[in-house]
Design a protein around this ligand. Structure first.
Ligand code: RP5
Length: 163
């Protein structure tokens, strides 16, 4: 299936976080590709990836990075596709560095920033699916079903002491 979402990250070490985005895309039936694309270790690849993303059929890019996390902003500077940035939880500063690097974009180039770590990656997958759902009814239905199931699970388990 033609990938609609590009799921990229600065390092293989980001995968344990970013796989949560992949899991959500899998769950919602959204085709995606995933690659390591580093802003500082492979800058030429970053430019090539971002510049060709739209013509290759991608509709949205999820970019995860940690520390001095310039990957999402640099990708956004080279494509008009929506870019969702996931701040990976760094060891030194617990991801606050990643968060600020990604969310504090100067006005003029937009990056949608998610929460630090696993929750952010999960929601990046969800938000990417919601973007795809604006033109793909099957994906929108899968999102509606996911949310209905999530709601029902809470309602069916009201006692917090139950396992
Ligand atoms: C960033 O540096 C990556 O996104 C990663 O979060 C961090 C550390 O990378 P490694 O040294 O583990 O490859 O570019």
């Amino acid at each position: 299936m033609q990938p609609l979402v590009g799921l990229i990250m600065g390092s293989k070490s980001d995968w344990p976080t970013m796989e949560h985005a992949a899991n959500m895309l899998d769950k919602l039936g959204v085709p995606y590709e995933t690659r390591v694309v580093s802003a500082h270790r492979t800058p030429d690849l970053l430019f090539d990836y971002a510049k060709t993303a739209a013509e290759r059929g991608l509709k949205v890019i999820i970019a995860g990075a940690g520390g001095a996390a310039h990957l999402p902003g640099m990708v956004a500077s080279q494509t008009s596709l929506p870019v969702l940035g996931v701040p990976v939880q760094s060891k030194a500063l617990n991801g606050l560095d990643s968060l600020l690097s990604i969310c504090q974009m100067p006005g003029g180039i937009a990056v949608g920033t998610l929460a630090i770590g696993n929750a952010g990656a999960t929601n990046a997958g969800l938000l990417a699916a919601q973007i795809v759902g604006t033109f793909d009814d099957t994906v929108r239905k899968a999102i509606d079903e996911f949310r209905a199931h999530q709601t029902q699970t809470v309602l069916d388990n009201p006692d917090p002491r139950d396992p």
